[in-house]
Ligand binder design. Structure first.
Ligand code: HEM
Length: 378
């Protein structure tokens, strides 16, 4: 139930041991006034520091203000502990130049090369109204009410400056980001996060997660790029496929999560191994083979996704899947090549549909009470 420090070298909510709940939101900026945007980001930062410490969003609070005025906190988290709430901010490409090509805030020259638009991938069925966004905030917590409270109050503070473009609730983290955590399961019933980058891998995090001083975008040093993909799962079809087929699609066992042909979850997959029939033990189109660093020039991701169920679709099926989130140093060398390979050949594709996509530049951490979200950019 404790608090995660808000200030630090990197933003919290990336290598922080993945909490159980997510409320993710993407905003469009609706003001043309750069000063108003900066003032809002400063107000957001102060509110985020307070809320992650388990306090009300505003200094006066939900119930101690003037009776005639709307309270500076909405109240539904009163009495709840911080619940490991983290709030992580990111900036989308349209903040730098919008869809009409306008440079609304004089930021066009500040756009990182690594924030290049993602290409179209085979099979994409993206819905623009739930994709993209000028800003994003990822709220993670071990209590869903705490995560929702945080996003709601940021949206309230941002009224007239930003409007909510889309948002997503998630549960049951589908990744472990620390070796202290057991590997959770996704809605296909498989362990997810086994071969993830972990907080303990300092050397790998420098190479694959955090933007380095010589990467070409100074304001992003110490930050990371976030790719979000809402991936609908054809759950009912999956549930009619055999256990053997499911395991061949993933390339790991469903029970323990070991790579096929190996014993333990954390054994390295042996992609050269052949079975008695002369066929590879891990199929050529298995997910873990195609996503593995050995197939992708060594590229790795820090995956931090969540399961979602948005009710049902009116056709007797659950509207469910994986809200995939991955942090990385440069999507052009990490997410893009991996997803290009998966989109072409992954045996899992038969059961998947990518319906939303986002890409955000998440700068380094807020250092102290005088620092604020976006200071290095603006
Ligand atoms: C590994 C499931 C989408 C990248 C895995 C594993 C499972 C899994 C069960 C094995 C356990 C593990 O190491 O975590 C899924 C499902 C997806 C999905 C159900 C869609 C709903 C994606 C996407 C990407 C991705 C879109 C990136 C473009 C990876 C990577 C690994 C992995 C890099 C680790 C491979 C390794 O090093 O062994 N995934 N995944 N996955 N997945 Fe996915």
């Amino acid at each position: 139930a404790g608090a995660v420090p808000f200030h630090g070298e990197h933003q919290a909510g990336i290598t922080t041991p993945a909490q159980d709940r997510l409320h993710f939101v993407a905003f469009d900026v609706i003001t043309k006034d750069r000063d108003r945007l900066v003032a809002m980001l400063q107000e957001w930062t102060a509110a985020a520091a307070r809320m992650t410490a388990g306090k009300d969003a505003g200094v006066i609070g939900a119930v101690d203000g003037m009776p005639e005025a709307p309270p500076d906190d909405t109240g539904e988290a009163l009495g709840l502990p911080p619940s490991q709430l983290t709030l992580t901010v990111g900036f989308g490409a349209t903040l730098f130049r919008d869809a009409q090509g306008r440079d609304r805030f004089g930021l066009a020259g500040r756009r990182p090369a690594a924030l290049a638009d993602l290409p179209h991938f085979a099979g994409d069925a993206l819905r623009p109204e739930i994709s993209g966004g000028d800003l994003c905030v990822q709220a993670c917590a071990n209590d869903p009410q705490v995560a929702v409270h945080a996003i709601r109050n940021l949206a309230r503070i941002g009224m007239g400056v930003v409007s909510v473009r889309w948002s997503q609730l998630g549960f049951g983290r589908t990744s472990s980001t620390s070796r202290d955590q057991a590997t959770p399961r996704n809605l296909f019933g498989f362990k997810d996060g086994t071969a993830n980058l972990k907080a303990e891998d300092a050397e790998l995090l420098r190479g694959h997660l955090w933007v380095q001083p010589d990467d070409g975008t100074d304001w992003m040093t110490g930050g990371s790029y976030l790719v979000t993909r809402k991936i609908r799962m054809q759950i009912e079809t999956w549930d009619r496929s055999s256990l053997v087929e499911q395991e061949q699609i993933v390339g790991r066992t469903k029970g323990g999560g070991a790579p096929l042909g190996r014993r333990d979850e954390f054994d390295e997959p042996d992609f050269a191994a052949k079975g008695d029939d002369g066929q590879p033990v891990i199929a050529g189109d298995a997910h873990v083979r195609l996503a593995h660093p050995s197939q992708n020039d060594g590229a790795r991701l820090l995956r931090r996704g969540y399961n979602y169920v948005d009710g049902s679709d009116g056709l007797g099926r659950l509207d469910a899947g994986l809200f995939f989130m991955a942090y990385q140093r440069d999507p052009r060398r990490q997410f893009v090549p991996i997803q290009t390979r998966l989109a072409r050949n992954d045996a899992m594709n038969e059961y998947l549909r990518h319906v939303s996509s986002g890409l955000f530049a998440c700068p380094a951490g807020v250092r102290d009470a005088a620092d604020w979200w976006g200071r290095t950019l603006f």
